[in-house]
Write a protein that binds this ligand. Structure first.
Ligand code: GLP
Length: 241
């Protein structure tokens, strides 16, 4: 595992964007696994800036996102599709045919999860998977005490995740209770993993994830078993390690 200490959020975002850029330059038709949440926003902003300068080309890049709320359609401004369009896809020359996000409007969970997992396989797997980390150690929407061997599945969000994400909704009742997410197994099959973490409130969970016991209680702790993980954190997030 490599750990890069960034001075602050901006520095973290630039370092993470550099790693993603390197992937895109080395393999223009790579499969990028992308994440939502507030942490990667600066990373996407940096990629957009470099794209605008002519340094990056997304025309052949394929993307697969980690997760999507069940019940929200793409035009809902709280859907992860909307988030990705707003922060990255609408601002670079990506072909929307190459964009993959679970379909939150598919009510048949088994069908949607099987479709998504098959799509990832058909693309040849993920070259580089970007991850954030939830306060309870979740990655994607893999909440604590799930199984490590799961592929894409439908999850019930925990109260702590609903609490953490309610700031983006009009009220807590509006936060969807379920989501489709790549499973831990899907995430672990990525060739490379890049985690971004920012802020003092993430320091404890980052320490537990990377230096604590490997346990389903802290889903991100499984990353200790992956052979190509890079953690880019700002000083606050890395302050306990
Ligand atoms: C959500 C997403 C995760 C993300 C997490 C942390 O629950 N499903 O992929 O890592 O939030 O978000 P933030 O970066 O805003 O702390």
């Amino acid at each position: 595992m490599r750990i890069y200490r960034a001075k602050d959020y901006y520095d973290m975002s630039r370092k993470a964007a550099n790693i993603i850029s390197a992937q895109v330059i080395m393999k223009p038709d790579c499969v990028l696994g992308l994440a939502t949440g507030s942490t990667p926003v600066g990373t996407y902003a940096q990629l957009v800036e470099w794209y605008k300068k002519g340094d990056l080309d997304f025309s052949e890049v394929k993307t697969v996102n980690l997760d999507e709320y069940k019940g929200l359609d793409q035009s809902n401004d709280q859907s992860y599709f909307y988030f990705m369009a707003e922060h990255l896809f609408d601002k670079v020359n990506i072909d929307f045919q190459n964009v993959n996000i679970p379909n939150g409007m598919e009510t048949d969970a088994d069908k949607e999860c099987a479709r998504y997992e098959a799509k990832i396989k058909a693309l040849g797997g993920v070259d580089l998977q970007l991850l954030g980390i939830g306060h309870n150690g979740h990655i994607g929407f893999n909440e604590p005490n799930g199984q490590f061997d799961r592929t894409t599945h439908c999850v019930n969000l925990t109260q702590s995740t609903i609490e953490a994400n309610k700031r983006f909704f009009a009220s807590e009742e509006d936060v969807p209770r379920q989501a489709y997410t790549m499973g831990i197994k899907t995430i672990m099959q990525a060739n490379k993993i890049l985690m971004v973490a920012s802020g003092e409130d993430k320091a404890e969970i980052v320490k537990r994830a990377f230096f604590g016991p490997i346990t389903p209680e802290v889903p991100a702790s499984v990353l200790q078993l992956h052979n190509d993980v890079t953690l880019v954190g700002d000083e606050a997030a890395l302050s306990l390690i």
